[in-house]
Each structure stands twice: as structure tokens, then as C-alpha cells.
Design a protein around this ligand. Structure first.
Ligand code: ADP
Ligand code: MG
Length: 477
């Protein structure tokens, strides 16, 4: 029976993959689904979350239904099973699949005071001064999806953002809350969503605004006694509102109040909200609980620092966009592997490197790159990265990093893996668990064992010692 359900789902996947416009959607929304059981003509799928399930139902029910029909015939049925959380394994909720076209926003969620306020609102189109307002979207064309390199660091946020742009206000991602450390692409991504929305729906009014600008506008409106206009502008004119760096609202009570009203008004009218922050909603301090709870209504997706290969791609994409093809490959790799703080810093070093070499009419070399990294990247954050160590070790043994990260136990590969762990332990501040996770998903005990074994070989084997000394020299170069 188990085999059958796997097979059936496998066939469904193949079918769905063929009919979807884009492989990306397939990987994000279909690959994570796991077949659990097949009873009579009912296939049960394990879905990562309730939200995931709503999204599938809202967007891909047609594809799912067609696949099920093809595999199981007219009577085929699909049931989703969602683990509520990992501690309640075995207590899954099952949700029968249905025909809902889209997940609707809950209209009862509008607070009463807003409803009463709403009654007093005059029609914005008869307000002098607002009548012919052409809203400047403040979107930057450079921050497009095309220029945004995808990686596992941003996959969820990116694909949710893309989905929002295809269907603003109509997805379960409302608000879409994107958070992450500074310089990891939040602003870029939300611009990309805005641009893509404009591309698809030229008639929709999109507005990008930083939380600081919003705050200033609000202060001005209080000063000029035009707060009503301010409120109406946001509630009536905007279809997609993007507010960047909402952590700026911390401890600004009145601004939070007005934001809360605008949020409710837009959300209940089916308008899209996109919000960024440098912290997750749970970690945002100085924001009212009711505001935080709104932020969690839709999807919260984080951005992580891209891994080194993605960083290589980011540099290449940027160079290509600027029409530069003179940067040697080894310098690109050196930069990518050595700047692991933020994409912004990576770009900063890249720009100064190009600048320096052009004013001095000198070649772009690793030496110059190193000099600039030393100068520009914060020293506290410039600790050697595990990825860089792995790269040097693997280059030394002439094996690809991907092989070292695989399960292979061939002689050199095991040595490279163990030496990478040993040197990461010695030269970085990462925990054994982190080192293990990054060196082929090993646990901390394996790392500890590897470190001991390397030390042992170093103490007893002259050739091994020479190798290790040379590798250490290379990583410190
Ligand atoms: P944040 O708003 O999170 O502080 P930004 O959006 O300003 O970060 O990004 C900093 C810089 O890094 C920008 O120039 C942006 O284009 C670039 N960047 C970040 N992530 C990516 C990515 N995945 N692909 C291409 N460029 C990126
Ligand atoms: Mg930003």
C-alpha cells in the first residue's frame, strides 16, 4: 500500500511539473509535499503547514485536481495532513480539499472604531487636492526580480513575494512580512515585488515608503492639521502598500496607532501590505501587541546571508549588469568567500575594488581585494568563515566542495572533511554543532571525533603534518 501511494504521488508530481509554468513554483510548493497514505481513492498528503495548505488550495487546486483525476480517476480525492507543531507528532489535522478559489480576508477583524470612523469619510475623489493625485510609487527599477539572485537563503521570501505580485491582496500572504539583518536584500526584494506588480497590473497603485518617511509624513500632517487627508490617502488610494524597516515605529505610539488603522482599512479592503523589518515579529520590541499580531497575520519570511556560491553569483550578476567582464574568476571567488557579513558589504568591496583599479590603472588582483576587505569590512565580523576554510582545503586536495559535503567516505574526501572541521574549530567561533551542520550535516560528536583524529595524525604522521601546515598557511594568506 505504502509503495502505491508513493508511486501515485510520483506520477502526480511528474504531471504537475509538466503543466506548471515555472519550475520554481514546483520546487517551492509541490516538492515539500509527502504522500502518507492511499486508501480507496483517497490520497493523503503531508503538508508542512496549515498555511501551505491554504495556499495550495487557493492557487493550485486546478493542477492538483487534474493530477489526482488522472491517477485515481473521477472518484479520486485528496486529503491534506498538517502537523500542528513538531511536539504533537501523530495528532495531525486533516483538511479535506475543497474548491475555494482564494483565501478571503476575515471581514470581522475590522475594529469597531475604524468602522465608525469610516462613516465620516468623504469620498476621496471629491476632496480637492487629492482628486488628481498621481502617486509616485518610489520604486527603484534596479531592484528588480531579474537582479535578485535566488538561493536557499531567500527562497521562501522570494517565491512568496513573486506570488504576491501575481495576485496582490488575494493570497494568504497578507501582509507579507520580510525580515532579516541589515544588507541582506529586504529593500531590494520588496521593490522587486512592487515592480513586478506594476508590470502585471499597471492600474494598481503601488507605494513604497520607508517607515521613517511615513513617520515624517504623519508628523507633518499633525502639524498641518491634515491627518484626515493622510489617513484617507493611504486607505483609499493605495492598492499595494510597502513599508520598509518597520522597526522604526518602535516606541512611537501615535504612529503605530495610525499605522494600525491604515493596516486594518487596507487589509479588510483586500489590499496588499508588504512590510520589512530587521527582526522577526516576536523579537520586535517597542511595538504594541495588537500591531505585532497584525504583522503575523500573513506570512513571515526571513532572509539569511547567502552562502558562498550564491555570493559568487551575486557578484557575477552585478558585474554583468554593469557590463564589466574583466574581473578574474579567482578574485570573484576570493571576495565571495571572504565577505560573509552582508550582501551590501560585499557590493561595497566590489565597487571600491573596481574604483581603485580604475584610478590606479592597476590589475584587479587578490592582493588588492584583500587590502580592501581589510579596510572596509568590520574586523569583528571578518572572522574567517567555515566556507572559506572548506574551499581552501578542497582546493588543496583537488576535490569539489560538493563532494566533501556529500556522504562519500573515500580517503581524501574524509581527510578533507576532517581537516575542514578541525580548522573551523580552530579558526572560527562556531559551535561544534554549527560546524557539523555545515560540513555535510554531521552532529557535534562527529566533529569532536574528527578534531581528535586530526590532532592525532598531526602528532604522529610527518606527511600529514606537512599537509596541514601548508593548508593553514594558505588559509591565513
Ligand atoms: P536590506 O534592505 O536588507 O538592508 P538591501 O535590499 O538594501 O538590504 O540590499 C543590500 C544590497 O545587496 C543591495 O544593493 C541589493 O541589491 C543587494 N542584494 C541583496 N540580496 C541580493 C540578491 N539576492 N541578489 C542580488 N543582489 C542582492
Ligand atoms: Mg533596507
Amino acid at each position: 500500500m505504502q509503495k502505491d501511494c508513493n508511486k501515485v504521488w510520483q506520477n502526480c508530481l511528474e504531471f504537475i511539473k509538466d503543466i506548471l509554468p515555472d519550475n520554481h513554483i514546483f520546487e517551492t510548493w509541490f516538492l515539500p509535499l509527502k504522500p502518507l497514505a492511499l486508501q480507496d481513492d483517497t490520497l493523503t498528503l503531508k503538508v508542512p503547514s496549515m498555511f501551505f495548505c491554504e495556499w495550495l488550495e487557493a492557487n493550485y487546486i486546478g493542477e492538483l485536481r487534474a493530477a489526482i483525476k488522472k491517477e485515481l480517476g473521477e472518484g479520486g480525492r485528496l486529503i491534506y495532513s498538517t502537523a500542528i507543531d513538531s511536539s504533537t507528532v501523530g495528532q495531525d489535522v486533516t483538511l479535506p480539499s475543497n474548491d475555494r478559489l482564494a483565501t478571503q480576508n476575515n471581514p470581522t477583524a475590522i475594529p469597531m472604531n475604524l468602522e465608525t470612523d469610516m462613516k465620516d469619510f468623504p469620498n476621496p475623489f471629491v476632496i480637492p487636492g487629492l482628486r488628481k493625485v498621481k502617486v509616485n510609487s518610489q520604486l527603484d527599477e534596479n531592484y528588480s526580480f531579474d537582479n535578485f539572485v535566488e538561493g536557499s537563503c531567500n527562497r521562501l521570501a522570494r517565491s512568496a513575494g513573486y506570488a504576491v505580485a501575481q495576485n496582490p491582496g488575494k493570497t494568504a500572504f497578507n501582509p507579507l512580512f520580510v525580515y532579516g539583518n541589515v544588507g541582506l536584500g529586504k529593500t531590494h526584494l520588496v521593490h522587486a515585488i512592487g515592480l513586478e506588480t506594476k508590470q502585471r497590473y499597471p492600474d494598481k497603485t503601488v507605494l513604497y515608503i520607508s517607515a521613517e518617511q511615513f513617520f515624517q509624513q504623519y508628523l507633518d500632517s499633525v502639524h498641518n492639521k491634515t491627518t484626515n487627508d493622510f489617513l484617507q490617502f493611504y486607505q483609499m488610494m493605495i492598492d499595494v502598500l510597502i513599508i520598509d524597516d518597520i522597526q522604526f515605529f518602535a516606541n512611537k505610539q501615535k504612529t503605530q496607532d495610525i499605522f494600525f488603522q491604515i493596516f486594518n482599512g487596507l487589509h479588510s479592503a483586500g489590499k496588499q501590505l508588504i512590510i520589512t523589518s530587521d527582526k522577526s515579529p516576536a523579537e520586535l520590541s517597542g511595538l504594541e501587541q495588537r500591531v505585532i499580531s497584525r504583522l503575523k497575520w500573513g506570512l513571515c519570511a526571513d532572509l539569511q546571508m547567502p552562502d558562498a556560491p550564491t555570493r559568487v553569483e551575486i557578484i557575477k550578476r552585478k558585474l554583468r549588469k554593469d557590463g564589466i567582464n574583466t574581473m578574474p574568476e579567482d578574485v570573484i571567488e576570493y571576495l565571495a568567500y571572504n565577505v560573509s557579513t552582508s550582501v551590501r558589504e560585499l557590493e561595497g568591496v566590489l565597487i571600491s575594488l573596481l574604483f581603485q583599479s580604475s584610478i590606479n590603472k592597476s590589475d584587479i588582483t587578490i592582493e588588492l581585494a584583500k587590502e580592501l576587505i581589510d579596510k572596509f569590512v568590520k574586523s569583528s565580523a571578518r572572522e574567517m568563515s567555515i566556507e572559506y576554510i572548506q574551499k581552501v582545503v578542497c582546493d588543496y586536495f583537488s576535490i569539489p566542495v560538493s563532494v566533501m559535503l556529500s556522504k562519500t567516505r573515500k580517503g581524501n574526501v574524509v581527510a578533507a572533511r576532517h581537516i575542514s572541521m578541525f580548522l573551523s574549530r580552530k579558526h572560527t567561533h562556531n559551535s561544534l554543532a554549527t560546524i557539523g551542520a555545515k560540513c555535510g550535516n554531521k552532529d557535534h560528536a562527529t566533529v569532536l571525533h574528527a578534531c581528535k583524529s586530526v590532532q592525532n595524525s598531526y602528532d604522529t604522521d610527518r606527511r600529514f603534518r606537512a599537509d596541514l601546515d601548508e593548508i593553514e598557511r594558505l588559509i591565513n594568506e
